[in-house]
Write a protein that binds this ligand. Structure first.
Ligand code: ZN
Length: 82
């Protein structure tokens, strides 16, 4: 069965994954819904792992900042007290 592309109004097959004229996905196809869902899943896991990595990366960063501030404070405090 032929349907009209909502983007370019070309007659395309309703079984086509996308419009051969402009590449638009049919708005009500199950294929585009699955792509959207898997895309959301991928983005969620990407954000999830980004947060895990950020949390892990924050630990040494805090240690480095704490060590640096302690060293700098240890060097500067005798100078400031002179
Ligand atoms: Zn089209």
């Amino acid at each position: 069965m032929l349907i009209e592309c909502y983007e370019c109004k070309a007659k395309i097959s309703d079984s086509a994954a996308s419009c051969p004229q402009c590449g638009a996905l049919p708005p009500d196809s199950g294929k585009s819904l699955n792509v959207t869902v898997s895309d959301l899943d991928m983005k969620f896991s990407t954000i999830f792992w980004f947060l895990i990595k950020a949390a892990v990366a924050a630990v040494p960063a805090v240690v480095v900042l704490y060590t640096a501030s302690t060293v700098i404070g240890g060097v500067l405090s005798p100078l400031l007290h002179l």
